[in-house]
Design a protein around this ligand. Structure first.
Ligand SMILES: Cc1ncc(C[n+]2csc(CCOP(=O)(O)OP(=O)(O)O)c2C)c(N)n1
Ligand SMILES: [Mg+2]
Length: 334
């Protein structure tokens, strides 16, 4: 097993980035973190049903990515999809209600954690089968291309997807047909308990893009500015008919694969190094060095976010269960 600890990129001068954009980046990252920690608490108290895969630690990748897209662009989500959905703008109340299986949830309580999403904000409800979303993303990108629209599809997948046949087929067709797609790998180095270096010889997964004559780039995924800039450029290329890009974001999940997994298979030095590369505190410091934001302002934003998460829990708990008579609705397209 090979441990990879990337260097943090040099901090840029943020003056070229709008105040609203920077605050929205911070807001969404904090929202994802607070949402995930609250959900984890509720799950362990036995209040929340089902299963959950938390993405805390990976917020900079999901938020930097989604903010670089336009509202009409579509993302496909993975099994670790709460953060991806929140980053694209799915409402916190509707995701919380979905996790509780309530009729007010984003999938009317029929999908749960593994299927969160809302197409009205460009988040196709999540697909839990590893690698299976890539051909679906390519298909949507093909439809957008044929319709002559300028919409882009961004396919989120984990490092675990790159040995799946589906993924290779999608990468090949997308490159061949110059589809308006971005393939976004959240490389957190583990597929459940298997380290990526035990199943792939490439040092970086984006090397594989070259096999399809696709552009590929590997970046530090715990800085939302780096992610934002890279994805914005990739999306622009896709939108202009210059073909897809694979963007590999190096990041790390703070917890285990799911609920009761403590991640004990991870070497201590790897965990410690990545915990020092904490995206939220790093970005907060980054913002404070800019001069436009005070600690008070960021603190009050955090308080608002905490309240919105608590309100989402109240909303979910007081929402009705789905009506059993509706069980067969939403199964087939009308
Ligand atoms: C085709 C397929 N095989 C196995 C699984 C079980 N499974 C769920 S998540 C997961 C690990 C995926 O790892 P990765 O793609 O790196 O995503 P991460 O969990 O790290 O976000 C596996 C093997 C699955 N859902 N689909
Ligand atoms: Mg992984």
């Amino acid at each position: 097993m090979r441990v990879t600890i990337p260097q943090r990129p040099e901090r840029k001068d943020l003056s070229g980035y709008g105040e609203d954009l920077l605050l929205e980046m911070y807001r969404r990252m904090v929202l994802i973190r607070r949402f995930e920690l609250k959900v984890n608490e509720l799950y362990h108290e036995g209040i929340m049903p089902g299963t959950i895969h938390l993405s805390h630690g990976q917020e900079a990748t999901t938020v930097g990515t989604c903010l670089a897209l336009q509202q009409q662009d579509v993302i496909t989500l993975t099994h670790r999809g709460h953060g991806q959905a929140l980053a694209k703008g799915v409402s916190v109340r509707s995701i919380m209600a979905e996790l509780f299986g309530k009729a007010t949830g984003c999938c009317r309580g029929k999908g749960g954690s593994l299927h969160v999403g809302d197409l009205s904000v460009g988040a196709l409800p999540a697909i839990g089968i590893v690698g299976a979303s890539s051909p679906i993303a390519a298909g949507m990108a093909f439809a957008f291309q044929r319709a002559g629209s300028r919409r882009v599809v961004l396919n989120f997948f984990g490092d675990g997807a790159v040995n799946e046949g589906d993924w290779h087929e999608a990468m090949n067709l997308a490159a061949l047909w110059k589809l308006p797609a971005v393939f976004l790998c959240e490389n957190n180095f583990y597929g459940v308990s298997t380290h990526i270096s035990d199943v792939v010889l490439n040092e970086y997964l984006a090397e594989r893009a070259a096999a399809y004559r696709m552009q590929g780039v590997t970046i530090y995924g715990n800085d939302p500015i780096t992610v934002y800039d890279t994805v914005a450029e990739a999306a622009e290329r896709a939108r202009n008919g210059q073909g897809p890009t694979m963007v590999e974001c190096l990041t790390y999940r703070r917890g285990g694969h799911k609920r009761d997994d403590k991640g004990a298979y991870r070497p201590e030095e790897e965990v410690a190094a990545w915990f020092q590369r904490e995206p939220l505190t790093d970005f907060r410091e980054y913002l404070l060095t800019d001069g436009r934001f005070t600690a008070d302002r960021l603190d009050s934003l955090e308080r608002e976010i905490n309240e919105s998460v608590d309100q989402a829990v109240d909303f979910a708990l007081s929402s009705p269960d789905p009506d059993p008579a509706s069980a067969l609705e939403d199964v087939y397209a009308e």
